[in-house]
Design a protein around this ligand. Structure first.
Ligand SMILES: [Zn+2]
Length: 118
């Protein structure tokens, strides 16, 4: 399955070619503020369409990943790994709601126990 999404202004768009078992809402200090709905996948499945300077990266904590957002409209589109072995996730709130309406949503307690709560 291929899913597509874009930030609000359209400067950053993406396609992800993978089939999620679920999408993840995480309550950690970063994700709850971004309001992201994560589709975890491998970078090989992800195609980003954006000018080189269209995104800004936010790195914090243990510096294992970078949250990527549109420099113009501010939407967080995905996070990318800073280590070669790392995974990534795509913010499916950037996708057409109709395209994701049948995918279950799981809640991840990234703030505390680092486990799913459902
Ligand atoms: Zn934008």
């Amino acid at each position: 399955m291929t899913y597509q999404g874009a930030c609000h202004c359209g400067a950053v768009s993406f396609a992800v070619d993978d089939t999620p078992k679920w999408l993840t809402r995480c309550n950690c200090s970063a994700c709850r503020r971004f309001g992201a709905l994560w589709f975890h996948t491998h970078p090989v499945n992800f195609t980003l369409t954006a000018a080189k300077d269209a995104t800004i990266a936010y790195v914090w904590g243990d510096k294992l990943l970078a949250f990527q957002s549109c420099r113009s409209c501010g939407c967080t589109t995905h996070f990318s790994p800073l280590e070669a072995s790392g995974g990534m996730a795509v913010n499916m709130n950037m996708a057409d709601p109709q395209s994701i309406k049948d995918i279950p949503i799981r809640h991840f307690d990234g703030a505390d126990t680092w486990a799913f709560t459902d």
